[in-house]
Design a protein around this ligand. Structure first.
Ligand SMILES: [Fe+2]
Length: 199
């Protein structure tokens, strides 16, 4: 929290808005501290607020597809359930903040409360089909050999993006992935999954 407040002070910025990707502790534990320094609006998706069941003074509750404007910057909010019911990704121009939904060559776990591997399958399929290949992703954790990558690199090298049917995806996510891959994650091609009889 101090890092955020100090960095804003260094840059002479006023914190006016806090955008939550989801409600897990490691993604929200700085809110109270920041709010003690700045009167900011907290943005999140309505289904995540309902899932979280946490009182916020004046939350700004959104639906997937809503758009925010911060100064001249337009931010599109995508509803990307799977890791949690109301996980959000924030699209700014050709870059996207993906929280714990999409990691470089990985994706968020779906076995915690509120997680759904079936929803994650649909979420990743939508991202693959609807977002441009040169879009840069900014995940909430760096479990990979590099902190950012393009969506096109994910389509080619993220094993979770290779599955065409939901059942196989769910099996890989819930029962195979964690036993067969180590961090830092590197690219896995479709062919490699096929050779390992995982596709
Ligand atoms: Fe999380």
């Amino acid at each position: 929290m101090d890092d955020i407040v100090n960095r804003a002070a260094q840059l002479d910025l006023r914190i006016t808005d806090i955008l939550l990707t989801h409600s897990h502790h490691d993604h929200i534990n700085g809110i109270e501290g920041v709010l003690n320094h700045a009167s900011a609006e907290v943005h999140l998706l309505k289904p995540e607020y309902e899932f979280w069941q946490h009182e916020l003074d004046r939350p700004s509750l959104h639906h997937g597809g809503d758009e925010l404007r911060l100064g001249d910057t337009r931010i599109k909010i995508l509803h990307t359930p799977g890791h949690t019911p109301g996980s959000a990704c924030y699209q700014l121009g050709n870059e996207i903040i993906t929280g714990d939904t999409l990691f470089v060559f990985g994706c968020g776990r779906c076995d915690l409360k509120g997680g759904s591997p079936e929803d994650m399958f649909v979420t990743l399929k939508n991202m693959k089909e609807r977002l441009p290949a040169d879009m840069l992703i900014h995940p909430g954790h760096n479990y990979s050999v590099k902190p950012t990558a393009t969506l096109g690199e994910q389509v080619d090298g993220n094993p979770f993006m290779h599955y065409e049917d939901c059942d196989s995806f769910v099996h890989y996510r819930q029962h195979v992935h964690d036993k067969t891959r180590d961090e830092p994650y590197a690219a896995v091609t479709r062919q490699q999954l096929k050779i390992a009889h995982l596709l």
